[in-house]
Write a protein that binds this ligand. Sequence first.
Ligand SMILES: *Cc1c(COP(=O)(O)O)cnc(C)c1O
Length: 220
Amino acid sequence: MGLEDIKRRISAAEQAAGRAPGSVTLIAVSKVQPAARVEAVLTAGHTVFGENYVQEAQDKWPAWRRHFPGVSVHMIGPLQSNKAKPAVQLFDTIHTLDRMTLARKLAQQVDEQGRTPQLFVQVNTGDEPQKAGILADELPGFLASCHELALAPQGLMCIPPEGLDPVPHFRLLRQLANDNGLQNLSMGMSADFEAAIAEGATHVRVGSAIFGARDYAGTE
Ligand SMILES: *Cc1c(COP(=O)(O)O)cnc(C)c1O
């Protein structure tokens, strides 16, 4: 388990960037990991986890939440509009608000359930045709439409293009957050969370560096 090592590296990166200790939230990305690995991290006292799939999260987290009170679960994977209901039931934070159809469904569920997960808007910083996310140019209009639905996103999230330097993407996300008055930045994964912290990340999403490699073939 690499939890302690990652926490130390986050503290060092906060300090190096002149940021307040504890200003970065570590989301331990537990998707597809064997239960024993996740339970070790829960037992070590970590309370913030990330999942990519609604069904998998529904299967795993209700029981763990009962045993480990105070845990929060963040949705970081693509969210189908028809999963808005369980998503609003399950997740404390959703990082992947990326289109109006989903915004409408989430707004409807927030209204019906009286439960409001914290929201991040996913931005397609690399303008990649195959990738989810709002384009930078369209962000102000999208945020305005969210507000009309009484949704109040509090941050932005990005997944930089594979194989490219992520730093320009982190900088763009930070600039967009500043321009739009948003406080939170969900950026940085196992390979680049320190660079993301240097650029202002408030939430880093770290999976394999904590839990070890994911074995998709062996999914329970
Ligand atoms: C899986 C995943 C992560 C974690 O990736 P690692 O490289 O294992 O740290 C972070 N963010 C998103 C959106 C993911 O899907």
